[in-house]
Write a protein that binds this ligand. Structure first.
Ligand code: FES
Ligand SMILES: [Fe+2]
Length: 382
């Protein structure tokens, strides 16, 4: 059932999808305080494993130090080189690629080649900049603010769901793509099922009847639940799930924690998607995909796991590409549109999201915990 009975106002205007000023306000008030899902614990399983990413104008590195994950700005305090350009890897030490300075898990310096030439030691300006990093299930989150809610508090409405990303579900693939559209185009598309017949005519075919839709709308998040039709694919999935030792719910869930983290699931998979603005009219959409491994270890369960992983990942990427095919057309239309826009009740989650964006980037309810991007953050203490 939809929560609203009448159409809703399109709260955001086309300029909210194109202006530099709005982009800056969103970076500061929506993204700076947020926790971002960026990797899985399996990406960083061994001491010395690291990944690097460049998101929200911030290059960062997350590394496993003897079982502890630590995150830093991927910039060397010596003469500003990125510590490494590799997207991922394994190294005995965290060492800068330029002159070989080494750093410990607190961001302080370890071995420095020809260290005597730096006497007296400028301790204050020689530490890596730290970021907060934490996990929920197998998902690794990073936060670029020195203060603000911890991960569990931030994820409160979805913590109990997302902590099961992992467990019976195993990381199958991570993929991402840059799109020439504002990040809200991507997010709003994910928030409504109305586009299904036009954009997903073969994968999803039709949007569900209103009686088969459950929306929950809150300030922090919104969710969508439906029971997919019991067709051949649905019955085959249920058969496989049962044989892998997992209960069958037959429920499809889609939850968006504002501003940008999206979890969706069927019994056969768990998917975490996150869209990051890279400019007023560009973004990067990242998807971390898990498929069911279940609890059974017999040969049939193993074969089903491998089969499901391959089929579900292929479908996940196909749907991602189908949605991706529409973003540029929306952005181009947005740039030329004289209309205010209209939102139907089936799209009410879009309205909820737009209200969140407006409330938190303009007017009296600016987030108090959002620090200015230029605010200095403490350097290493150790
Ligand atoms: S810039 Fe990193 S060691 Fe010199
Ligand atoms: Fe879609």
């Amino acid at each position: 059932m939809f929560t609203n009975q009448h159409h809703l106002k399109h709260l955001l205007r086309p300029h909210h999808y194109t202006s530099e000023e709005q982009y800056r306000a969103e970076l500061r008030h929506l993204f700076q305080p947020a926790w971002h899902p960026v990797a899985t614990t399996s990406d960083l399983a061994r001491p010395g494993d690291f990944i690097t990413l460049d998101l929200l104008e911030t290059p960062f590195i997350i590394r496993n130090f003897d079982g502890e994950l630590r995150a830093f700005l991927n910039v060397c305090p010596h003469r500003h080189s990125k510590l490494t350009e590799k997207p991922r890897g394994h190294a005995e030490k965290l060492r800068c690629q330029y002159h070989g300075w080494e750093f410990n898990k607190d961001g302080g310096t370890g071995k420095i080649p020809d260290a005597k030439v730096f006497r007296p030691w400028d301790r204050e300006n020689s530490c890596l900049k730290k970021f907060r990093v934490d996990t929920c299930g197998d998902l690794v989150f990073v936060n670029f603010s020195a203060s603000g809610p911890g991960l569990r508090e931030w994820l409160a409405p979805v913590w109990d769901v997302w902590r099961h990303y992992g467990g019976a579900y195993r990381h199958a693939a991570t993929w991402e793509k840059e799109f020439a559209c504002n990040w809200k185009v991507v997010l709003e598309n994910s928030l409504e099922s109305y586009h299904i017949p036009e954009v997903h005519p073969h994968t999803f075919k039709e949007f569900p009847a209103e009686e088969n839709v459950w929306h929950e709308l809150t300030e922090r998040f919104s969710s969508f639940k439906t029971l997919p039709p019991s067709d051949f694919a649905g019955r085959a999935q249920a058969w496989m799930v049962r044989r892998m030792g997992q209960p069958v719910t037959n429920e499809y869930w889609h939850q968006v924690l504002h501003p940008h983290a999206t979890g969706s699931s069927l019994d056969s998979f768990r998917m975490m998607q996150c869209v990051f603005p890279t400019g007023p009219a560009t973004c990067r959409y990242r998807c971390i995909f898990f498929t069911l491994r279940g609890t059974r270890t017999n040969p049939l369960a193993w074969v089903l796991y491998r089969t499901l992983k391959s089929i579900a990942t292929a479908i996940g990427k196909k749907v991602f590409a189908e949605d991706g095919s529409i973003y540029l057309g929306i952005q181009r239309g947005m740039e030329a549109s004289p209309f205010p826009g209209v939102i139907g009740t089936r799209e009410e989650r879009v309205y909820q999201f737009q209200k969140y964006v407006l409330d938190n980037t303009k007017g009296p309810r600016e987030l108090p915990q959002a620090p200015a991007p230029s605010e200095p953050t403490p350097v290493c203490a150790g």
